[in-house]
Design a protein around this ligand. Structure first.
Ligand code: GDP
Ligand code: GDP
Length: 443
């Protein structure tokens, strides 16, 4: 599970700038979920091989009593609660303010790893203007420049090392291998609040043919509910702090973005649940986009179908076409979790998405399909050269990656890439999984 770093500090110290640098400039996946809360942004980021989630917060004013400031303080507290490490951002040029002291008082009470980040420190080396930050008694101060990038790598490394020291990482690679070997499909039911996740999960777990068995949580703060259906083993990854209460499961927490993102990352297949009566909202599209960026197999379920009239059904079709066009590869199902209608077809769809994501594509067959495709429609010349495709091999699974080797492949157009994608999808019957195509030009 990816560690979570939260950026905390008063307004204008440079948190957003730092957030943008961490999430956007390192070929990172960005998953802002705006609209969810006013002031929190969540993004995935990577430093070398180490991946983490960053939370940006508005601005923290612990004494603020009313209105927007109070709301901001609340958002920040929630971000801190969700974080593994807090990066307390300070302005190296402005020095300490009363607000900084208030925030420090708050953070000191929490037993959570915390680093002090002296931002805007470019060109200040040796002057150590930020030495007064040590007064806060929160430990080491790291000078950075969010705007210019200096010190950012060291800061992330320090944060992640701090975390590793606090809680040794679990051997997640081993459990990954186990799950593969057991043929267990790890499934995450993802969706924004109130789309019907709990209702669906309870409908499933209440079915007689589906055997749920209790097992204590295996990971730090997520539980996985193992169950079996028609001989296929599943592991339902929790997205909302599900706890068993008698015969039903109940979400003990409110919607958690971090849990949702972590569940998507940990899943083989994401069942994206939408509230059909609301159409596709921006937040739905962001969650879907995150799943796609992670390369996850996706099945889409349009819930609350029972409550729609024919006009709403048409409207829904339109909003899917405009907002979820990038999920064309996924199968879509209309369901009613409440009335338990349309649920059965989800299982074969999930199994198919899983199988597609793990499909083995032998080089000779891939190469043959490539050559047939080129014969059918050759790529256009770009500049002086015509791209020449020689052979293809599989570069990865879950999601499947096809690597095409040849010459002058830099000029292959996006529309031609899509044409090839369609051909490979058809040939290997890939439904429900993203398919990545990479071009490798011989030097
Ligand atoms: P936030 O309110 O904490 O999210 O702060 P912002 O990221 O919006 O930044 C506030 C201001 O500080 C903006 O004008 C930024 O351009 C500026 N800023 C951010 N990082 C740096 C930095 O590293 N050096 C300097 N000189 N200015 C910075
Ligand atoms: P969650 O926040 O995603 O777990 O959503 P819940 O399962 O708590 O459902 C939110 C609300 O939607 C509840 O009032 C449910 O009864 C209602 N709901 C869930 N599924 C359906 C459905 O298929 N049809 C209708 N009409 N309402 C539903």
């Amino acid at each position: 599970m990816k560690p979570v770093l939260a950026l905390v500090g008063r307004p204008n110290v440079g948190k957003s700038t730092l957030y943008n640098r961490l999430t956007k400039t390192r070929d990172a996946i960005v998953a802002d979920l705006p609209g969810l809360t006013r002031d929190r942004h969540y993004g995935s980021a990577r430093l070398g091989k180490r991946e983490f989630i960053v939370i940006d917060t508005g601005g923290f004013e612990p004494r603020a009593e009313a209105g927007i400031y109070r709301e901001m303080a609340k958002q920040t507290r929630q971000a801190v609660a969700e974080a593994d490490v807090v990066l307390f951002v300070l302005d190296a040029r402005a020095g300490l303010s009363a607000q900084d002291h208030d925030i420090a008082d708050y953070l000191r009470k929490l037993a959570k790893p915390c680093l002090l980040v002296a931002n805007k420190a470019e060109g200040m080396q040796g002057q150590a203007q930020w030495s007064e930050f040590y007064e806060l008694g929160l430990g080491e101060v790291l000078p950075v420049s969010a705007a210019h990038g200096q010190g950012v790598r060291d800061m992330v490394e320090a944060a992640l090392d701090r975390l590793a020291a606090a809680a040794p990482a679990e051997p997640s690679a081993a459990s990954e291998a186990d799950a593969e070997a057991d043929g267990v499909i790890r499934l995450a039911v993802a969706g924004r609040p109130n789309v019907g996740k709990s209702t669906l999960i309870n409908a499933w777990l209440g079915e007689e043919r589906l055997v749920a068995f209790d097992q204590p949580g295996t990971t730090r703060d997520a539980i996985a509910v193992p169950f079996e259906r028609n001989g296929q083993k599943f592991e339902l990854i929790d997205t909302a702090g599900l706890r068993r209460k008698g015969r039903v499961f109940e979400a003990v927490e409110k919607f958690s973005v971090v849990k949702t993102l972590q569940a998507i990352e940990g899943a083989h297949v994401v069942l994206l649940l939408l509230d059909a009566s609301q159409g596709v909202t921006e937040q739905d599209a962001h969650i879907a986009g995150f799943a796609l960026d992670c390369g996850r197999a996706v099945v889409v379920a349009l819930n609350k179908w029972d409550s729609l009239d024919s006009y709403q059904r048409q409207q829904l079709q339109r909003s899917i076409e405009s907002r979820l066009a990038f999920l064309k590869f996924a199968s879509m199902h209309t369901i009613s979790a409440l009335k338990r209608q349309g649920l059965a077809p989800l299982w074969p769809a999930i199994a198919q998405a899983h199988a597609s994501a793990h499909k083995k594509m032998p080089t000779p067959l891939l190469t043959r399909i490539l050559q047939e495709s080129v014969a059918l429609q050759a790529p256009k010349r770009s500049g002086m050269y015509r791209p020449k495709m020689r052979y293809a091999h599989q570069g990865g699974m879950n999601p499947p990656v096809v690597v095409i080797h040849g010459n002058s492949l830099e000029g292959v157009s996006e529309s031609y890439r899509r044409f090839l994608e369609g051909r490979f999808r058809k040939a290997f019957d890939l439904v429900g999984t993203p398919l990545r195509i990479e071009f490798k030009t011989a030097a």
